[in-house]
Design a protein around this ligand. Structure first.
Ligand code: PYC
Length: 417
């Protein structure tokens, strides 16, 4: 074994001049101005913007596992803004713009790579939705258009446009700015940038309860597996666990949890520089900078609070994938995993203030939370700092399920659910 590896194995990394991304404080303080539940991309981004934009640094991010170990590290890293509703398009476009400068902003290489994103259409109705999306997108200044088979063939020559004769591709929605990024680095970058500004990040710290005043109208602190901490404000930013947290304050939401599975193949030579999604075949694929084919399917059909992986998923996905990209049949799968998705009835997130004072919610991220990381952090930080909902997230309030002002975004979900 090389000497360097042994040295790393037996020494504290800090002694090796290899500082950790953020401090690991031994104790929780007795009180914070803001407690963020969830140390994924959204929670850490919110902490960063609270500190950077509003000078709020007495902040603790509490993570039950390890930073980025939830959906931030479990997604297929796609960034895009070709949504269906004007509300969604504006919101995700702001996120994509923030991503473009994020490596510089956080001083970390996020391997942000603009690839071009195809949503393939295999039926008249899929073509109709593509046209609808393209028109909404263009109206709002987003680079998005319906393209024909020849265009797809030129850009993605290895795609079988006839899908083995089963579901011929009729055209696609093409979104040039569609991109991929190194997902864990987004969490590490935000974590480090928040930490250097004074934010504390506490891993292995599970929130076990939320304390309110006597009549339950106002949050005053959180119970954790490491003791109680007072909190001026508490934000739930826990993809895949929102109902567990909101039930601690008696708040009902329509969120249900469904697993979403993904996998990667062994690495192969870089050959595919686009992102390909087929809503009809329920699959999506891109090639990582390491050469692996990163692939996923639709959410599992039953509600389940688990990140177990299944053979059914692999069987269904690879079957469809071989219709699209026949050569993938010769590749070996290396890893398979799942995330838990907070699904909402209208496929839009739930963000902003709640009926309980000092308790804020950023959840309902379904299968599109990674791409929203920067804008969620930024708009939630604004909302919490000013106790005033940011304009971009006003349409995503929990009260829309009472007033029936839904933001129907299902047509822009990458795959059927
Ligand atoms: O919304 O782009 C997306 C997506 C890809 C995989 C799951 N969701």
């Amino acid at each position: 074994m090389p000497y360097r590896l042994l040295k790393y194995a037996f020494k504290n990394p800090e002694e090796l001049g290899d500082p950790r991304y953020f401090d690991q404080p031994e104790k929780l303080k007795s009180s914070y101005d803001v407690v963020i539940i969830g140390g994924g991309g959204h929670g850490l981004a919110c902490a960063y913007y609270l500190a950077r934009d509003f000078g709020i640094t007495n902040v603790a991010v509490l993570e039950q596992g390890y930073v980025g170990g939830g959906n931030t590290g479990r997604n297929t890293t796609i960034v895009r803004s070709n949504y269906l509703t004007p509300e969604g398009v504006k919101f995700y476009d702001e996120s994509l713009k923030l991503y473009l400068d994020l490596s510089d902003d956080l001083d970390i290489n996020l391997m942000y790579s603009t690839r071009g994103h195809f949503t393939l259409a295999h039926s008249d109705s899929a073509m109709r939705t593509s046209r609808w999306r393209a028109e909404t997108n263009k109206h709002l200044g987003i680079d998005s258009e319906v393209v024909d088979r020849q265009f797809i063939k030129n850009e993605v020559p290895y795609l079988d446009l006839d899908c083995g004769g089963t579901h011929p591709i009729m055209g696609a929605l093409y979104h040039g700015p569609g991109a991929v990024a190194r997902h864990d680095a987004v969490a590490w970058g935000y974590g480090r940038a928040a930490n250097v500004r004074g934010v504390e990040i506490h891993q292995k710290t599970q929130v076990t309860g939320i304390k309110t005043n006597d009549d339950g109208t106002k949050v005053v602190g959180v119970e954790t597996n490491r003791g109680f901490v007072q909190a001026g404000k508490v934000i739930s930013m826990v993809a895949g666990s929102s109902p567990r947290i909101t039930s601690m304050v008696g708040l009902k939401t329509p969120i249900e949890i469904f697993p979403l599975q993904a996998c990667v193949t062994e690495p192969v030579k870089p050959f595919m520089d686009t992102i390909i999604v087929s809503g009809s075949l329920h699959c999506y694929v891109s090639q990582s900078s390491r050469g692996e084919m990163v692939m996923g399917a639709s959410a599992d059909p039953q509600e389940l609070h688990s990140t177990r992986s299944s053979f059914d998923f692999v069987e269904g996905l690879t079957d469809q994938m071989m219709d699209l990209l026949p050569f993938t049949g010769g590749l070996r799968l290396m890893r398979q995993w799942a995330g838990m998705c907070d699904m909402t009835p209208d496929f839009a997130p739930i963000m902003g203030k709640t009926p309980i004072d000092n308790f804020y919610l950023d959840g309902g991220w379904g299968t599109w939370g990674f791409k929203a990381t920067p804008v969620s952090g930024k708009t939630m930080a604004y909302t919490v700092a000013n106790d005033k909902v940011h304009d971009l997230i006003k349409p995503f309030g929990l009260d829309r399920f009472d007033t029936y002002k839904l933001v129907g975004e299902k047509g822009a979900a990458s795959v059927g659910h």
